[in-house]
Ligand binder design. Sequence first.
Ligand SMILES: [Zn+2]
Length: 468
Amino acid sequence: MRLNSEQMRYFGAVVLKESERCLHIALLKSEKNPHKDTLRNLFQSFILEFTEITESKFLIHLQEAEQKETLQNLLEKIQQEIKLDSKEYGLQEGKSSVQELVYFILQRAVLERASDVHLEFDVQNMRIRFRIDGVLVEKFCLESWVFLPMSASIKLLAHLNLTEAKLPQDGRFGLELISNNGLKRGFDFRVSTLPLVQGESIVIRILDKHKTLMPLEALGFGEAELAQIQTLAMLPFGLVLITGPTGSGKSTTMYGILNILKERNLKIITLEDPVEYRLEHINQVAISKEVEFVSVLRNVLRQDPDVISLGEVRDKASLQLAIQAAFTGHLVFATLHTNDALDSIVRLLDMGVEAHFITQSLSGILAQRLLRKLCDCKEKIDAKWIPKGCAKCNYTGYFGRIAIVEVVLSSRDLEHFIKGKISKMQMLEILQSATQNFTLEQKARVLIERGITDECEVYRVVKNALYC
Ligand SMILES: [Zn+2]
């Protein structure tokens, strides 16, 4: 860096670009800035070109420089501490520099709205990547030596075994950090470690109740779909399937529905793997790998529940039990990984469930996706909105996400489809004639037309859509 943060602040100057002979410097109040001559003296071997910069842009550059310096200072301190104490990385004496580095990275992750922090190690480097709005972004690339002390510090926080390097481990911890609105509050973190040929991979999930436990209205569903989902939540019994790939917001929708159900004075039991958020008035069961899903479900049914939320159903025995529960008076929610709503019927049949069982129990299916929204910095070119990129969106062009969902309620036609009397194509035609923009692709197209998202994002998320 040609200017450190202190100098930047003093001169009101940012070095934007540097070539062999020339420095491009952006100045606050370029016309009246009194430091031009000082800067010329400072960089005598260069020709200086001055441009103007706005205060908001200047502050972003300043913040970036300060972050780099903090990181650099921490790394130097850690190196010194390691030299002093080659094994313990200074971790035993209160808050060490390694811990400060971990806090610094988690604080950045929270401020940048990340859902996960990935720490990956290869021979030369350690990469730190954030998942923001569902997409991985590389944030820091550090020298590889820092991985070991960082890994030890994180394991210590999460009460994991420091010496275990051959087996995967998981744990959690809580920290007070500054949230996006500038206020300090508690955050929970779930840590997972995986031994690799090259060393180890550590992923820290940021469990943010404020983000996951949102009312359904805040997810971006259309009014019609919202009404359909609310209808499903008011049913006395039946099976409701929520489908979509990992990261499509299924659990957020599930929690949103449970929130509505909570008001109805019902006994609600959820089976979760693992339980990420503790919820009031809901009985949450943590599924562990050691216990058979189906036997847990049997025990749950003996608890006289009104509503059961199952998460992913993996085997036929559990599925049959869930379906049985649904037509013997329980409202059962289960999630599946399928492309669209109708595919989940095909999946159930493939798993060996008989068609008449499905028709008797199934109340509805939701299929959903999350699309990244174009950031406010978007540009309109030839009547098309395209992503541009600014500091707010990390130069990705996208900021925040919106959910799209297709909802299929049980009907005579659906029964015919389940029994194989009509094809998927015919069923789709029926659904499309009853509801405008029924499919996920059609809903995505509406969002493209309104400039909320773009074709590339739709192509990334709704794979079978023919865009881009
Ligand atoms: Zn932007």
